[in-house]
Design a protein around this ligand. Structure first.
Ligand SMILES: C[S@@+](CC[C@H](N)C(=O)[O-])C[C@H]1O[C@@H](n2cnc3c(N)ncnc32)[C@H](O)[C@@H]1O
Length: 242
């Protein structure tokens, strides 16, 4: 049995779009990262899990002609925003979804959506994702790594309930400048933890891409193209093959 879903975005469906418009360079760097990760091969039939308000899927379609075939979002407020952008979204968590369109060529969790899945449910969820991927299909995860500068500030502020005034000057240049309204993931692990988990359940050929290499105050200063690796980025993509 899966844990009860807590909607951290309840009644706040505009927060992701508002953040995007306030920090457009970071979102552009994230879009290029996602595109790089999705196109290590022909992405084929794509399922997006935790699509949020559909910002990236809309940009992928408009900029690169890449369309998601299926989308899942448990938050009613965010799902409504994505539907407003013309995306067909099923209201469900990753754990409860029945994956009707299987097999998929690509399953993507963008923007740390897998970091909202409880730790004791993540292995079973990724195992299920593996099973509904076509042979050779890919799982794509993008995340703010726990070990990144941004991840370190956010996780410690969350865990120790650090006062806003002590982190605001660090976060003002990031897409977490609005911590009073901006929900973020409860579960934090280093990239190596996810790599071990994925390899343990049979994924292989792991590839990594990273972007937004600067420290938090400077993250919106310019747009960056992704580079390979995961050691320096404040946003990292993991691509794992079935
Ligand atoms: C930080 S938002 C990212 C949204 C979007 N992918 C983006 O990058 O803009 C995290 C998303 O994960 C969703 N989420 C939370 N728990 C989830 C679960 N158990 N299964 C799938 N998605 C979940 C949230 O509702 C939210 O839309």
């Amino acid at each position: 049995m899966t844990a009860q879903f807590i909607d951290r975005y309840q009644g706040n469906g505009r927060v992701l779009d508002d953040t995007w418009h306030a920090r457009e360079n970071i979102y552009e760097s994230r879009l290029r990262l996602l595109h790089r990760a999705l196109t290590t091969e022909d992405p084929g039939k794509i399922l997006s899990i935790g699509i949020g308000s559909g910002i990236f899927e809309t940009l992928l379609r408009d900029r690169y002609g890449i369309e998601v075939a299926e989308a899942v979002e448990p938050s009613a407020s965010l799902g409504a925003e994505a539907r407003g952008k013309g995306i067909n979204v099923v209201q469900s968590t990753a754990q409860d979804y029945n994956y009707p369109g299987a097999p998929y060529d690509t399953i993507v969790y963008n923007g740390s959506s897998f970091g909202f899945i409880p730790d004791d449910e993540i292995e079973a969820t990724f195992t299920r994702n593996r099973d509904v991927l076509a042979e050779g299909g890919r799982l794509v995860l993008t995340d703010v790594p726990r070990e990144s500068a941004l991840g370190t500030v956010l996780r410690l502020a969350q865990k120790y309930d650090i006062a806003r005034e002590d982190v605001d000057d660090l976060l003002v240049g990031t897409s977490f400048f609005n911590l009073d309204t901006h929900a973020y993931k409860p579960n934090w692990h280093q990239i190596a933890w996810y790599a071990k988990l994925l390899e343990g359940i049979g994924f292989h050929n792991l590839q990594y891409f990273q972007t937004v290499l600067g420290n938090p105050p400077y993250q919106n200063d310019r747009v960056e193209d992704p580079i390979e690796g995961h050691e320096a980025g404040n946003y990292v993509a993991i691509v794992a093959q079935r």
